[in-house]
Ligand binder design. Structure first.
Ligand code: F6R
Length: 253
């Protein structure tokens, strides 16, 4: 894991965006794995800026990590809606090249199998963007998720439901299930870029970076990934035992 600690989330997001921009410049057919939630918003703002400055996304393909089960694509809290609002409508990506799991899939196992097959047929994900839940989830792989899990229907933990209530009118409206890429799926991406900001992520970040590799903190499986980059602000890094060391080697890079 390469740990990068910045003063602000904007600075951290600009560093992460640079890796994506360089990849797209080098390979216009880059396959991106994308996340939603509040964390990637400044990263997406950077990509929008890069596109305005001439970076071409027209041949980029994308697969989103997850979608709430039961929400239609036009539901304002669906991840389809989020992606259209915050990225797809603002860059020149071809919507035909974008995929978000179908929250209304009737035959969920068949849908999940097809999603995995489509990713494989696209050549696999080159760069996977990730946030982290306060319980250590990545995608919606909650504590207890198997390291070899694939795209499937998952049940959200109570803590995730509480965390995500801020996007809904009340807790009762938060969907209880989602379709999510599995840990095994995420681990196959050639690179993973995980971003985490704010004090409420500090404990999960500590578990991910310095804890034992365990299903109790699914993000800790990224310790086994050969190309995992972690971008933190000071608050999210605040509980790391080796924080000063990560900063020293970061400055030397
Ligand atoms: C969203 C996703 C989730 C979020 C995580 C953090 O597609 O996969 O794992 O990244 O729940 O959410 P925020 O960024 O809202 O704190």
């Amino acid at each position: 894991m390469q740990i990068s600690i910045s003063n602000t989330m904007e600075e951290a997001s600009a560093l992460a965006a640079k890796l994506i921009e360089d990849a797209v410049r080098k390979n216009p057919f880059t396959v991106l794995g994308l996340a939603t939630g509040s964390t990637p918003l400044p990263l997406y703002a950077e990509l929008v800026k890069a596109c305005k400055e001439g970076l071409d996304f027209s041949r980029v393909r994308s697969f989103n990590l997850d979608e709430y089960y039961g929400l239609a694509p036009d539901h304002p809290q669906s991840y389809h809606y989020f992606m259209n609002e915050n990225l797809f409508s603002k860059i020149n990506i071809d919507l035909k090249n974008t995929r978000v799991p179908d929250g209304l899939a009737k035959d969920v196992p068949a849908f999940c199998k097809a999603y995995e097959e489509e990713m494989k047929a696209a050549g696999g994900v080159d760069i996977q963007v990730l946030g982290i839940g306060s319980d250590g989830h990545i995608g919606f792989n909650e504590p207890g998720s198997s390291p070899v899990s694939r795209t499937r229907l998952v049940s959200l933990t109570h803590s995730t439901i509480v965390d995500n209530t801020r996007f809904f009118a009340n807790e009762a409206e938060v969907p209880r299930q989602a379709i999510s890429m599995g840990i095994g799926t995420v681990m196959e991406a050639r690179s993973c870029l995980l971003l985490a900001f704010g004090k409420n992520k500090a404990k999960a970040v500590k578990g991910m970076v310095e804890g034992g590799i365990s299903q109790f903190c699914p993000a800790s499986f990224l310790q086994m990934h050969a190309s995992a980059y972690v971008f933190l602000d000071e608050d999210a890094a605040s509980e790391l035992q080796l924080k000063d060391y990560y900063k020293e080697i970061g400055a030397a890079r």
